[in-house]
Design a protein around this ligand. Structure first.
Ligand code: SF4
Length: 484
């Protein structure tokens, strides 16, 4: 048979994962003096959604919107001294992941800008498919952009419609009529806090209550971090206005079918979050259970790739009856700035991030569960690690289908060229990662995993090529350039 082995060295990156684009948070009408600390704790809980930069915009006691943002993790950017300076009653915040080339302080959020109604701050999670077109049209009318983000396109539209519309509600409705794609927004004006979820509900946003204050967050795990109670999810196409302690809901563009990103359930969201009524933890357990039913194999131990493969591995173990074991130990102190200047050093990176427990593995047939395979480099190194530790067989099981297509909605799955499953058969991938067997979860089973949510309420574009909306060619060509 012809040797189909894939040359992983052409993938010049150590980071084989998929990344979310952002986490957003807003707290309104909070009258204790520790608002900045509450924002800090909430953003800390959303750190998994973005580690590149973060920021907070806050209304100070004089009614002015000020902000602080920086490159780095939440505790790196927000020191005690900075938090003490950020004093106010309402605030929004953002954690951002950016693609290569897009990481700069200008692109970090919240964006603060002026419009006819006063000063305004905006934080965005998602990606617009028509941002390039709108930006081009606005630039032709004289607009100047300071960042490369879609979020600034939204800010510019708000500014422009502010000149013509009678109030903020009309401005936001008009903006939503023009923008297309995935977006969850929190907006802070000098009068109110606003939350918006796109008409397809692609990105999550939920409402909580903290005493008399309302809170908006990408995930309810942020509510738990600050002691807020979950109230409900923002509906697709809904605008939430919170002013003087009162919440008002406005529905617009609600005739679209809900299409929440299924990757939230597979990987992005924290297991202790619940999105649209479906528990992320239970979805991952179910993915493992269904994977065991679809792709059984005889083995001695089921192991999850930390962290996102662990819950599915427990589900696989329960269904198959094969014991679950902790055989890969993660180094929790490898930061985002882990430097690997050469390919040889990059190859060492998995060994530094993960290590195998030889005593647990030696002589055993291992089933290793991971959330997804994008480029394949990490899978290859993990299989090698298990074999080097003495595993007699390594069977890889993936609790999502093969990733065959790019994402245009704010997730870092850029071109098909880098997607191993888009260019190779499952057997070729198996051979290349040196596994004894390899199987993926089917799309049908994946859609059953968010328990309680209708199967047709999810985007599966990166698996099936069926996106919730048409993706213009220019968006397809610039999918990785204009993230939030
Ligand atoms: S294409 Fe994939 S990653 Fe992108 S929004 Fe749809 S399901 Fe999520």
């Amino acid at each position: 048979m012809e040797n189909m082995r894939i040359d992983f060295s052409r993938f010049d990156t150590e980071d084989d994962g998929i990344h979310e684009a952002c986490g957003i948070l807003g707290i309104s009408d909070y009258h204790d003096d520790d608002l900045a600390h509450m924002m800090y704790f909430g953003l800390y809980a959303l750190q998994h959604r973005g580690q590149e930069s973060c920021g907070i915009a806050i209304i100070n006691k004089n009614g002015e919107i000020t902000g602080q943002k920086g490159i780095g993790l939440v505790p790196e950017v927000f020191t005690e001294r900075i938090l003490d300076r950020l004093d106010g009653t309402s605030a929004i915040g953002h954690t951002r992941y950016s693609t290569t080339g897009g990481s700069s302080i200008e692109n970090s959020q919240p964006l603060i800008f002026n419009y006819k109604g006063g000063r305004i701050a905006l934080a965005h999670n998602g990606n617009l498919v028509n941002a390039t077109k709108i930006r081009y049209e606005l630039e032709n009318k004289g607009a100047i952009f300071q960042t490369t983000t879609d979020s600034e396109v939204i800010a510019n539209l708000i500014s422009r419609y502010g000149l013509k519309c009678k109030d903020l509600e009309e401005v936001l409705k008009k903006t939503m009529d023009v923008i297309e794609g995935a977006y969850a927004l929190v907006i802070l004006t000098q009068k109110c806090l606003v939350g918006i979820r796109d008409p397809w509900g692609m990105r999550p946003l939920c409402i909580g209550k903290l005493g008399n204050s309302y809170v908006l967050a990408s995930e309810n795990c942020a509510f738990d971090a600050i002691g807020a109670d979950f109230i409900r999810d923002v509906e697709p196409g809904e605008i939430i206005f919170i002013e003087n302690g009162y919440l008002r809901s406005v529905r617009t563009n609600y005739n679209k079918p809900q299409k929440t990103c299924i990757f939230e359930h597979i990987y992005f969201a924290r297991p202790d979050s619940v999105i649209d009524g479906a528990s992320i933890y239970r979805a991952r357990l179910e993915a493992g259970r269904l994977l065991a039913k679809e792709s059984p194999v005889e083995a001695d131990l089921v192991v999850g790739v930390p962290d996102s493969g662990i819950t599915a591995a427990i589900g696989y173990s329960r269904e198959s009856g094969i014991p679950y074991g902790e055989a890969l130990i993660k180094n929790r102190y490898v930061g985002r700035t882990f430097i690997q200047p050469t390919q040889k050093l990059r190859e060492r990176s998995v060994g530094i991030k993960l290590n195998a427990l030889k005593e647990e593995i030696k002589g055993k047939r291992i089933i290793i569960i991971d959330d997804s395979i994008v480029r394949g480099t990490t899978s290859y190194r993990i299989v090698q690690m298990l074999k080097n530790a003495g595993a007699s067989e390594v069977h890889m099981r993936i609790c999502s289908p093969p990733v065959l297509n790019p994402c245009y909605f704010g997730i870092d799955i850029s071109s098909k060229e880098h997607l191993i499953a888009a260019n190779h058969s499952i057997e070729e991938i198996r051979e290349s990662i040196n596994a004894d067997s390899l199987a993926f979860l089917s799309v049908e089973s994946l859609l059953k995993t968010p328990i309680g949510a209708p199967a047709n309420s999810f985007c599966t574009g990166c698996f099936t090529g069926e996106y919730p909306m048409p993706v213009p060619m220019y968006a397809a060509n610039s999918a990785d350039k204009h993230k939030c």
